[in-house]
Design a protein around this ligand. Structure first.
Ligand SMILES: [Zn+2]
Ligand SMILES: [Zn+2]
Length: 255
């Protein structure tokens, strides 16, 4: 119940400023009334009018990543040897396993963008506050326009937008753009991933000059994408680049 209460409190804060969002909430409330929402993991009925996607029991099962962290965001005792990385630190909320895998799959591939708000709230509650301090802007990892057309939304952008409301840091819109369409790279060697992602992004110098940036993504697998993004951000004037992700894959093949 604490989770539901916190979500409600955070939503109150994040929606009060924006009339368009309030209108959208009214429509969502009506739909919640007609079709009561269910937990995306166990399909239990959820309380309506809260824009949740997961029940308190399933939320309890999510595994937060324990500190101290390696630069990649995994626990130091389980990694500690990866890199080098172009960003200063990644911090992830949950291990990508069990219900967390369900969440990412349903959000991204079963196309449920409404989940972004609840996921951002979970990120803001789980990740240490200091991660969202001393930054000037939030930038989502961009997707290529072809993938955007196919999926209809950029999952990282939705997370960044909602996190922005929660942590009071603006999103730098279109400051980083993906110009090269690449296939998933997790199963390739680090050198192949690096070559493929070289020149995959362009950035807007004007928005980045002298800025401390927090990159946002839904999942950290090998870190190649975040590394490529961070490199371009530094080349275009950023003074610091750190990252925050909803989940982190914790397995050997990513080293
Ligand atoms: Zn559930
Ligand atoms: Zn590591």
């Amino acid at each position: 119940m604490k989770f539901i209460h916190n979500i409600s409190k955070s939503l109150d804060k994040s929606t009060s400023k924006d009339t368009n969002i309030n209108k959208k909430n009214n429509i969502t409330n009506l739909l919640d009334f007609i079709y009561p929402p269910r937990c995306i993991a166990c399909h239990e009925l959820l309380l309506p009018f809260k824009e949740q996607f997961i029940c308190p029991d399933c939320t309890e099962v999510l595994t937060p990543i324990p500190a101290p962290f390696c630069v990649c965001g995994r626990p130091k005792r389980e990694c500690g040897t990866c890199g080098p990385h172009n960003f200063t630190q990644n911090t992830g909320a949950f291990f990508y396993s069990g219900i967390c895998q369900d969440i990412i799959y349903k959000f991204k591939y079963a196309k449920k963008p409404f989940m972004a708000k609840g996921m951002a709230i979970l990120m803001s509650q789980t990740i240490d506050k200091s991660v969202f301090e001393n930054i000037d802007c939030i930038i989502p990892v961009p997707i290529h326009k072809n993938r955007m057309r196919k999926r209809g939304f950029n999952q990282a952008h939705l997370l960044a937008k909602h996190l922005s409301y929660l942590v009071f840091v603006p999103v730098a819109k279109n400051a980083l753009i993906r110009t090269k369409d690449t296939k998933p790279l997790a199963n390739f060697t680090p050198a192949h991933r690096q070559n493929t992602l070289a020149n995959a992004f362009t950035a807007d110098k004007k928005q980045l000059y002298d800025k401390r940036i927090l990159l946002i993504d839904d999942i950290y697998t090998t870190g190649s994408t975040l590394n490529a993004c961070a490199k371009v951000l530094y080349e275009n004037g950023a003074t610091a680049v750190s990252c925050a992700t909803f989940s982190i894959v914790n397995n050997e093949k990513t080293k």
